[in-house]
Design a protein around this ligand. Sequence first.
Ligand code: SF4
Ligand code: SF4
Ligand code: FES
Length: 313
Amino acid sequence: MEEKEITVNIKKYNDKDGAFWKSYKLKADKYTQMTEVLRRIKSEQDPSLAYRASCHMAVCGSCSMKINGIPSLACRTIALQAVDEKNEINVESMDYYPGVRDLITDIDVFYDKMYKVMPRLIADESVLMGENEQRMTPENQTEVWKFQECIYCGLCVSACPSVKEDEQFLGPAAHAKGFRFVDDVRDTKRSERLDLLMDSAYRCTSCYMCYEVCPQDVQPVIAIKKTKNYLDQYKGNTPITIMARKHDDTVENLIETTGKIKESTLFLKTFGFGEAMRDAIDMLKSGKFKYAFEKDSNVKNMNEIKGMMGEKK
Ligand code: SF4
Ligand code: SF4
Ligand code: FES
């Protein structure tokens, strides 16, 4: 098997010395996973190197790190596919989580968020007592299936910009896990689950980073969007969900009446007069105010646009 020499630059970290880069040279062939690269470095060159890995087959979720700046599983990354034109690879610990040593981070905050969403099925008492059974339809199973495929690797949370800025946001993985039970016909706690998830769902910016980096194709951002479809069933009111209701109603009304979303009306009805005035002043200052009065043409394909609005729960 043909081998190539590669250089692996690892950002090491410890409490005494802080963070520093160290380079290692070794040979890899076309099948060498990054977990194998790290194993060889540790056993042949640097016994102090600290990293986590267990299954080597994208199941345990323990080898999460940044490879060339992208949150990745090391065991799912082939070294020769990851090298740049100089045959180099950069490896760092995940963002967001506090560093423990080298590539190991403390992901307690990830688990804390997971526990907050009641991550288990709460079936009817009669089912638990064996007096009854509840079956899922194949359609219902398909609906929730992908959201339960999470391997708790933490990559999506480390990639999420909202989780870093907003402590109240539950983060992508917890939303996928939480929604998996909202949409499970056997669960008895939908209302309580919506109380936990709804406000947080509106803290997501829909950037799709979680969708991009997830090794299991869990698609957390889709779970968040589907959670928002339950807004009508959510009984609570937080400042964010009040705004969300106004926003949804205005979007619906604008599309019903004009076939398009008029940004100025949407902003005014969602955020109110005071906020709209502040925005108008900003627009005046930046020379964008004239666009608020742009005349646009009527929409012809209204039925098609209404169809794209999607189904509300
Ligand atoms: S889509 Fe939402 S949950 Fe996913 S990474 Fe972006 S902000 Fe975070
Ligand atoms: S949703 Fe995907 S990226 Fe996030 S923790 Fe689960 S498996 Fe990892
Ligand atoms: S070693 Fe288990 S997921 Fe990579």
